[in-house]
Design a protein around this ligand. Structure first.
Ligand code: IPD
Ligand code: CA
Ligand code: CA
Length: 278
């Protein structure tokens, strides 16, 4: 396990990198020059995603040339000196929002140590909010400590979720869960940025978040942020969270059991023909 001094150094480097990526996102907001689909319906990539990633990687490689990096737009870099560390980087989480000038988007940079998130930085430029956390060092927004909400149960909760790009191809599309939880809570939001969703749980604006079909770069930073803010992060069935599963349940802890139960009891709605592309 890295020492607190090493964690602080990694946090500072990730912060510098997130700010560099965020400056690119600010520059192109409302002024994109290229928007393409990456393959799956609705899965967009813009020149801002690509240029933000270049800016983030430049900072990371300058300070930590020996570390392995998994970045959304360029994949995994090889020849790591120390395979215990892996940086998971999303240079623009919330691309669909960004392309529509809907301001929920962020740069997300997380460090995994032996597969577990230990450092996280999320920078949401439109809100001018910088979220930082490292294992044992606490969770912060704009350098002030943050804490999860005290909402005691589902009936009084405001939740958030999301729908992966494979929702058009699978019955495991989260539609049924969204339906059910909308009925059982004060509301379920669909933020469109997993990183911002997790940051909002960490600072207590939202009480819980679940989603499937995610990648390590969507989750790594947000997970450590929620944990360090006092929250609870597991698989849907409350077994230990595994980043490779792409599935997460993150709450204030108080409503974890209730939300877990609702999720595992919910059966898929099926995929009605009228939803398919014709
Ligand atoms: C997406 C966002 C969205 C989530 C999707 C992600 P992207 O990331 O985090 O909230 O529902 O599953 O893929 O494509 O905007 O980086
Ligand atoms: Ca993402
Ligand atoms: Ca992205």
């Amino acid at each position: 396990m890295p020492t607190p001094e090493e964690l602080q150094r990694f946090l500072d480097i990730a912060t510098e990198a997130a700010m560099a990526g965020g400056a690119v996102l600010q520059r192109y907001y409302g002024q994109l020059t290229s928007v393409e689909e990456k393959g799956r319906q609705g899965d967009l990539v813009t020149n801002a995603d690509k240029e933000s990633e270049v800016a983030v990687l430049a900072v990371m490689r300058r300070h930590l040339p020996g570390h392995a990096i998994l970045a959304e737009e360029s994949g995994q870099s090889a020849d790591a000196e120390d395979n215990d560390y892996l940086w998971a980087i999303d240079p623009l989480d919330g691309t669909t929002n960004y392309a529509h000038q809907y301001p929920f988007f962020a740069v997300s940079i997380g460090l995994l140590f032996k597969g577990e998130p230990v450092v996280g930085v999320i920078y949401a430029p439109f809100f001018n909010e910088l979220y930082q956390a490292a294992k044992g060092l606490g969770a912060f927004c704009n350098r002030k400590p943050i804490r999860i909400s005290a909402t005691p149960d589902l009936a009084q909760s405001l939740l958030v979720t999301g729908f992966a790009y494979d929702r058009h191809q699978t019955d495991d599309n989260n539609y049924a869960e969204f339906n059910r939880l909308t009925h059982l809570t004060q509301g379920v939001r669909r933020g469109g940025s997993a990183a911002v969703d997790l940051a909002f749980v960490a600072c207590g604006r939202l009480d819980g978040y679940w989603e499937r079909g995610l990648s390590a770069w969507d989750l790594a930073a947000g997970i450590i942020l929620v944990e360090e803010a006092g929250g609870c992060v597991t698989a849907y069935d409350q077994s230990p969270f595994k980043i490779s599963s792409g599935r997460v349940l993150a709450t204030n802890g108080l409503l974890h059991q209730e939300l877990s139960q609702a999720l595992i009891e919910t059966r898929p709605l099926g995929h009605p023909d009228q939803y398919r592309n014709s």
